[in-house]
Design a protein around this ligand. Structure first.
Ligand SMILES: [Zn+2]
Length: 290
């Protein structure tokens, strides 16, 4: 399912402002996640929504990989994205298991806790930049803004809005990302934040065409311009090769038995649900190269 990010420049090219209704993309990801707990759904949806917004600032072969480690160190949220707008997100098996056991009443603040961290790897395979910060705000949006302030020294505003129904199904998701560029005036981003908060501007803009968006932005922020609509979509980069490791982890007896009984071994990617079948002849090869 494809959604788009609307990229704009406002206040005479001093602030980049992106916004998106990424409901369709997130619905697909949340459904595949099989998480039951509402707060956990909320946390994953927010993390993925933020990463989808960040994808619009990537160029060429750049990609971002995100790991959020919650206060319970086994509970992690993963998301990654690339310049092509491919986005995926999932949680660690321990968090998934915990989220299936109960639909608890804890808040996002409780789930994140006081010792959580954000770790982001950005760049190309050969030249990666990794930043790590803690999450003092315990609300995701401001924690990511804090990350950019700490690790990249940039003033950033992030607002994600996630609506879930009683069964934790995603009803609606939209988000805004604004970042001060070199030359931005002191306090410019605070001014943008105030405007967005005063009238729920994101919802208004998302229902407009480009000409209307430019008009609305210029009424509030001078010299504003819509640059482009960039597609974002759920995409898992898994491949059959990645699952050879799993087969190598099985015992020789298990593999031998599969070969002797001409039984295939099925593996499934827990992120996208795609299954990869290893036929007896392939299992034979694995046995020989172990
Ligand atoms: Zn996959």
């Amino acid at each position: 399912m494809i959604n788009t990010i609307i990229k704009t420049l406002i206040l005479d090219k001093s602030i980049r402002l992106y916004f998106t209704d990424n409901t369709k993309m997130l619905q697909e990801i949340m459904e595949l996640s099989t998480i039951k707990d509402k707060t956990c759904c909320f946390a994953l949806a927010k993390a993925v929504s933020i990463l989808s917004l960040l994808s619009a600032a990537l160029k060429d072969n750049q990609r971002i990989s995100l790991v959020i480690t919650l206060t319970n160190k086994n509970h992690k949220i993963y998301a990654d994205t690339d310049a092509g707008g491919n986005v995926r997100g999932y949680v660690s098996q321990a968090l998934l298991k915990a989220s299936r056991q109960q639909n608890s009443n804890h808040s996002l603040q409780d789930l994140i806790g006081t010792k959580a961290s954000i770790r982001m790897m950005k760049g190309l395979e050969m030249s990666q930049f990794t930043g790590v910060t803690d999450m003092p705000y315990q609300n995701m949006d401001d924690d990511f803004a804090y990350y950019f302030k700490q690790s990249e020294q940039t003033d950033t505003m992030i607002q994600t809005n996630i609506e879930l129904d009683r069964n934790s199904c995603l009803l609606k998701s939209y988000g805004i990302y604004a970042q001060a560029l070199p030359g931005a005036e002191e306090g410019a981003l605070d001014f943008v934040r105030e405007q967005f908060e005063a009238e729920n501007l994101a919802s208004l803009l998302l229902n407009m065409n480009d000409a209307e968006i430019e008009k609305a932005l210029n009424q509030r922020f001078y010299r504003s311009k819509v640059l482009e609509h960039k597609p974002i979509q759920f995409s898992c980069s898994c491949s059959k090769e990645m699952f050879y490791g799993f087969l190598y982890s099985l015992s020789a007896e298990e593999l031998q038995k599969a070969v002797e009984t001409s039984t295939s071994i099925d593996t499934t990617c827990h992120i996208c649900g795609r299954s990869y079948v290893f036929h007896p002849s392939e299992i034979q090869t694995i046995l020989q190269t172990r």
